[in-house]
Every structure is written in C-alpha cells, then in structure tokens.
Design a protein around this ligand. Structure first.
Ligand SMILES: *Cc1c(COP(=O)(O)O)cnc(C)c1O
Length: 228
C-alpha cells in the first residue's frame, strides 16, 4: 500500500509519542495527539482523517467554520488560538475544546453562551509560564485564582492548563516551562481539590520534552502537515 505523505508523517509522530511516553515510564495512551491543521486545506485534514486522526486544532474559529462543513462530522475540533469575545458563540458551536482561555471575562462569556446553546465545552486556561511579554495567557498566580472559579461554572468543564514554550528554547528551558505547568497544575489541584487532568503542551519541535514533563495533549502541526 502506498501511504500519503500525511499518513506517513502521522505514523512517524505517533511512533515518537509512544517512545517518548515509554522512556518516561508513561502509558502512551495517556497522551493524545492533536493535529494542528491551521493554514492547510480541508483536503489535507481529510487525508489525516483517513489515516485515523480524529482531533484537529485551529488557531482561528473562522478557519474551522470554513473547513468543517466539507469534512466528516466525526472530527473533534479544538480551538488553540486567542479567542475574541465576539467569536465565543461560534467557538461554542463548532468546537468541544478551547485551549486558549486567557481572561475571566472570556470564561464568564463562554459559560453563559454555552448555557444558551446547550453545550458544555472542555476548557483549558492558557498560562504564560515563560513570562514572555509577547505571549497571551494568565500569569501562574492569576491561573491559580481563576481555576477554582472556572471549576464552579456549570456550562463548561474546567479540564486543565495549556502553555506555549518560547521559540528556540534550550532543552533546559523547555523542561522548566513544561515542568512548571505540571507543578502549577499539581498545586492548584491540591489546594482547591479540583480535578485538572489535562496538560496541553508540546509542539513539533518540543513535544518529546513535554511528554517527559507530563503532557496529556500534544499540539502538532508542522511534523504532520509540513511547513506553513
Ligand atoms: C501552530 C501551533 C501549534 C503547532 O505548531 P507546530 O510547530 O507546527 O507543531 C501548536 N500550538 C499552537 C497554539 C499553535 O498556534
């Protein structure tokens, strides 16, 4: 059988996830692969779907709205980019996961609109662990203050935390950033006795280190679909 390039890339990424999980003594089944399809056409997503991939991530809700109608309804869409207040209704309608919640206003709005739409999205708080000015996300302290409020909201499931590492960071820094997100999660979960099972961290260039530090969702674009 001739595999498509995307199917081949997916198989290679899956194999790397398994071996990264095994080297850190984790069950490979505890790491989910989110295929980040931003800027790629629906045909590329269909190829990945044919190769068994079901979860896809996009930065912009408009891209999901444009691509989803042409694709199988079995796809689970994740929003991973900054969400504007006026796009919350579309996000709630089209996605089941929002990784990039970065303000209390946004959380309140997601909760209200999800209630109106009869949905209950999975929500992650984006945390700026590295402290870079260019990044969205809560400070670790603010994430700690907001998480228990989010956990009490009826129309969303507060599932965990998300972060992005700095570009071109050394392995040491990557371990600090990803390990920092895990420690923050452990602290918040222990302090408020809330269940925060999900850590969304790791991209094409750094996902093996993220898995070593406890990632449960890795968000991978380039290694599957090629360069944007
Ligand atoms: C684009 C993007 C990714 C995927 O990055 P790659 O380096 O292409 O794997 C992951 N997470 C977020 C938030 C992104 O914007």
């Amino acid at each position: 059988m001739i595999m498509s390039q995307i199917a081949e890339n997916l198989a290679a990424v899956r194999a790397r996830i398994v071996s990264a999980a095994q080297s850190s003594g984790r069950d490979a089944g505890s790491v989910r692969l989110l295929a980040v399809s931003k800027t790629f056409p629906a045909t590329a997503i269909a190829e990945a779907y044919a190769a068994g991939q079901r979860s896809f991530g996009e930065n912009r809700i408009q891209e999901i709205e444009a691509k989803a109608p042409a694709l199988p309804s079995g796809i689970e869409w994740h929003l991973i980019g900054h969400l504007q207040a006026n796009k919350v209704r579309s996000a709630v309608k089209w996605t089941t996961w929002i990784h990039s919640v970065d303000s209390l206003d946004l959380l309140n709005r997601i909760d209200r609109i999800a209630g109106e739409e009869g949905r209950r999205p999975n929500v992650l708080l984006e945390v700026n662990i590295s402290g870079e000015k260019s990044k969205f996300g809560f400070s670790p302290k603010d994430a700690g203050d907001i998480a228990p409020l989010a956990a009490a909201m009826p129309n969303l499931r507060m599932a965990g935390l998300m972060t992005m590492a700095p570009m071109e960071a050394s392995p040491e820094v990557l371990h600090q950033v990803f390990g920092g997100l895990r420690q923050l999660r452990d602290r918040i979960a222990g302090e408020y006795r809330i269940d925060l099972p999900v850590l969304s961290m790791g991209m094409s260039g750094d996902f093996e280190i993220a898995i070593a530090e406890g990632a449960t969702i890795v968000r991978i674009g380039t290694a599957i679909f090629g360069h944007r």
